[in-house]
Design a protein around this ligand. Structure first.
Ligand code: FPP
Ligand code: MG
Length: 323
């Protein structure tokens, strides 16, 4: 089954879509695609594999809805580090599905490049089989210059691992004297994460009735609107998707003001100018209109250039492997 779906909305769906498009649309949506095994059990299918195959088909459909409505970036939780604890049969089925779909992606590369899709894989690659890592590197290198839409696939991912590895990179940089302790800021930690090129999601959707984040984008989702729906992922329809968009539109204004005050507050902290007086802080927040640009010291900039180069070299080495 292909990654691409036709824009096959019926009249009523197109009408509803156009109504929703008159309101605020999230730029970036993240999905926790939960409920695949329950769906398979409900239909008396093989829970270790068939549920996830249906889950992938739903993902391809949902990506088309996102394109239709104008969402530029999507992140999906395809395989968490916790998922390695599942049975061998299920882990193998999930990794084989990923292999098959990334290979399919390479077959469809001309069309996907024409559509300008950039794919990024975020996670702890070293936990995955080498041949799968090579497929992932091929896909990433092939699409890295595309910039019309972005799909981030979280694979062998958990947030705590992402943060831990980022800090490890930074500590190594300090040990090599490339970084000063003063260079360590939240922006530097964010920049050294697997998802450094991804923006923070505006909306996070979790299906299947579970109301938790399961170690997914914990740092990035601090100001995301989170929408939980009881629907199992393979049963998620266009109408459920629009339900998520309406939920976002209802909560957007409030979250936007939270985001702005958090931004101002973190500027105070970064400047070391946190006022003693709350009243003074409120006033400054109200009068400050310019957006502060994140800057790194010369040393940190050079460290980041080396870090990017190492990551790129790793991708090229994988891609050149003859497997
Ligand atoms: C959670 O449902 C889903 C997963 C662990 C895997 C999700 C993966 C896909 C939809 C395929 C994506 C593939 C690619 C290549 C991007 P669950 O297994 O926890 O179901 P349950 O909650 O009913 O037990
Ligand atoms: Mg689950």
């Amino acid at each position: 089954m292909s990654w691409m779906r036709d824009n096959s909305l019926n009249w009523a769906q197109k009408f509803a879509l156009n109504v929703i498009k008159t309101g605020k649309i999230p730029r970036h949506v993240a999905f926790i695609m939960d409920g695949n095994r329950r769906y398979a059990k409900k239909l008396h299918l093989n829970a270790s594999s068939d549920g996830h195959i249906h889950g992938f088909d739903k993902l391809a459909e949902a990506l088309q809805w996102c394109l239709d409505i104008g969402i530029a970036e999507v992140t999906v939780y395809a395989f968490s580090i916790e998922n390695f604890k599942r049975s061998d049969d299920e882990v193998n089925a999930l990794l084989e599905l990923a292999r098959e779909k990334f290979r399919k992606f390479m077959e469809e590369k001309d069309e996907l490049n024409k559509r300008g899709v950039c794919i990024r894989m975020i996670g702890n690659w070293k936990l995955l089989p080498l041949d799968l890592q090579k497929c992932m590197a091929d896909v990433m290198l092939l699409t890295k210059h595309n910039n019309k839409s972005f799909l981030n696939v979280a694979i062998a991912y958990t947030s705590r691992d992402e943060i831990t590895e980022s800090i490890r990179e930074i500590v190594d940089g300090v040990k090599r004297n490339e970084l000063e302790p003063n260079d360590i800021t939240d922006n530097l930690i964010r920049r050294c994460m697997y998802s450094d090129k991804c923006t923070d999601p505006d909306l996070l959707v979790r299906t299947s009735g579970e109301s938790r984040l399961s170690d997914f984008l914990l740092w990035q989702a601090s100001t995301s609107i989170v929408y939980f729906t009881k629907t199992l992922w393979p049963e998620f329809t266009f109408w459920h998707f629009l339900g998520g968009m309406i939920y976002y539109q209802r909560h957007y204004q409030k979250m936007n003001s939270v985001k702005q005050s958090m931004h101002h507050f973190s500027n105070f902290i970064a400047d070391g100018t946190l006022p003693n007086d709350l009243q003074q802080m409120r006033q400054t927040m109200e009068t400050e209109t310019s957006t502060k640009v994140d800057t790194f010291s010369q040393g940190a900039t050079e460290f980041l250039e080396k870090f990017d180069k190492r990551k790129n070299n790793y991708l090229m080495e994988l891609s050149n492997l003859k497997i």
